[in-house]
Design a protein around this ligand. Sequence first.
Ligand SMILES: Nc1ncnc2c1ncn2[C@@H]1O[C@H](COP(=O)(O)OP(=O)(O)OP(=O)(O)O)[C@@H](O)[C@H]1O
Ligand code: NA
Length: 729
Amino acid sequence: MAVGTKIMVGRHVIVRKLDSLEALGAVTNICSDKTGTLTQGKMVVKKAWVIAEGTYSIGDSNNPVDPTSAEISFESDPPFDHTPLKVPKTQAQKQAESPWLPASEFTGKEFLTQYLNIATFCNLASVHRNRETDRWDARGDPTEIAIQVFASRFDWGRRKFTSGDNPSWTQLAEYPFDSDVKRMTVIYRSFCSDGEKGCVEWAFMKGAVERVLEACTTIQYTDGAVLMSAEQEERVLKNMEALASQGLRVLALAKRPWHSQTEDWGQLPREDVERDMALFGLIGLYDPPRVETAGAVKACHRAGINVHMLTGDHKQTARAIAIQVGILPPRINQLSPDVISSMVMTAAQFDLLSDDAIDDLPVLPLVIARCTPQTKVRMVEALHRRKKFVAMTGDGVNDSPALKRADVGIGMGMAGSDVAKDASDIVLTDDNFASILNSIEEGRRMFDNIKKFVLHLLAENIAQACTLLIGLVFKDSTGLSVFPLAPVEILWIIMITSSFPDMGLGWEPASDDVMTRPPHNLKVGIFTMELLVDLTVYGFWMAALCLASFALVVFGFGDGNLGHNCNHRIDDGCELVYRARSTTFTCLTWFALFLAWEMVHMRRSFFRLESDPPHIWTMWARHAWRNPFLFWSIMAGFITVFPIIYIPGLNTVVFKHAPISWEWSIVIIEAILFFLGIEFWKFCKRVYFRRHGDKVRNPETELGANTFSRYASTAGSGATDGVELEAQT
Ligand SMILES: Nc1ncnc2c1ncn2[C@@H]1O[C@H](COP(=O)(O)OP(=O)(O)OP(=O)(O)O)[C@@H](O)[C@H]1O
Ligand code: NA
């Protein structure tokens, strides 16, 4: 365990509860949040829709916090009118109609300016150039940083207005953001030169579009504010969806003039401020998936692990990102709406279902949008009712119930709250989804190694016990049993073959197939049927060889003289028995040592451990060498046989055996037989498991080949079953 923990620190994982690594190896479902875990958490504003003017697009830049880095283009349409669904324009057309220009070209536009006021003031993040390093630094929440960077592109950073002795704007009140209200509001006063008269105060609001719309009564157009009718609202939502379906997180910006005589700003109730707003526009932020995420999700699927995204973001945004990272199949649009809605839900939809209704779903949703902490808890419980073993990530203060309820709670080291970290079993120091995979691999490796260790130990014990018990049939003339192995020999073998070699097995690196087979079942534990059969077969095979070696020396090549009182003294014609014992002793010692090598993989040949080895004939040597500790402990045991057989006195008096000569040929032939037998058994297992093996089931196939073939639309899609879909991912 301690070894495992140390390794994990280098792989961006802190293990807070030691047994959680082992548990991670058994995980069947991971529920991950999106922002910062699946994505980079470095947002940039890509689109800004100023309703009264049009849509600004921000070009690519390689530094998300550098406001000088990208060019901007402007179109007078709302975002919906130029989504790819509409008639696509050619690149040249686009460039001619809306050229990429530096941001300074757009300053001074009336509504853009008002929009920028909301963006920059309803914002706590700060963006500035570090004088020493000459690099751009940003502090604050990623969403707000992105918006502040956007404002700064137009030289509209907050600092410019609020710092200095005579700031032109001052903040009067703030109603902060949290994951439940999903919006924030501030009240600002603009500087007024002629005393109190003429001062203007504004309430600025931004937040999730639905939440901001709740507070808006009008919508700002060029010619003035228009009442927010159902149609207007629908138009806004349509535009939001157009942005969200490109994977953008969409926030709405709104404001209202504020006339209040109060000086006690802290006392104003939130409801009084957050109403009668005028909607000004939408802003679309892109948080690119981490480069590793898609690969990690695929690796999870290969390892039989289903990945769910539980996010606070909007459904369309979540869906677009889920497709990008492979949580949802790429051609999801070709599936029927029923299937899509079973794969992607909002928390509201999910929470509306009773527990029974959830249990009746053919599959649990792969994406839940607008997720609340409570929804996460329900999801864990639903998975548990399906006998799944769940890992759950969480960063928020309210995530602890879900983290505790999950079989493995995963906290975030960088963005996570301390409460969430305290409730978790492991913490990712880099907040990266891909690091979960590292710990799963480590968990599986540890579990495997415990299995190898136990298998080795028990098989060896069976071999010893059987050799001794069956060996009781060798009786001398007085009817006394002659032991094929002396007690000291047995103790020595146990000491030399199970201490260090078993420790060495604990250090075995993960075999290259740990992540391509399904998770193990923690309820069964290590004692699977396979392991039980294995240890019987190996134990009996070794015992048979040992007994044969004894019998061959005494009865085969010798005259069958079992002497007199040979368990104690070499006199009285025990020479032959003593030599036979040395032979059996050497056999058992070597077998038990070599068995450790054979245990490195339960099914693959020791002579072909990698699925795709570069050098067929030398690879066994590399296998022996890839775990030096194991190598040396086997070598040490192998060599100590010689002094123990040949040092006079030590051999006959302590170990009750005698030096051997021609008997070595028996040892060598039996060692070859030992390998052949075990390799043959493994070969049979490989054949068996190829036919009846436990295959990895991907989430797509778990959705059911039937589900897909029943629902998949026939229109031109090749996707007729789950296998097809799997191939596409
Ligand atoms: N600083 C903010 N001010 C106003 N609204 C915000 C702010 N940050 C986020 N929002 C809105 O609240 C929604 C949910 O945000 P929340 O923080 O709950 O999710 P998240 O934790 O960022 O996402 P995930 O759960 O995927 O990690 C966002 O989609 C956005 O619309
Ligand atoms: Na989050």
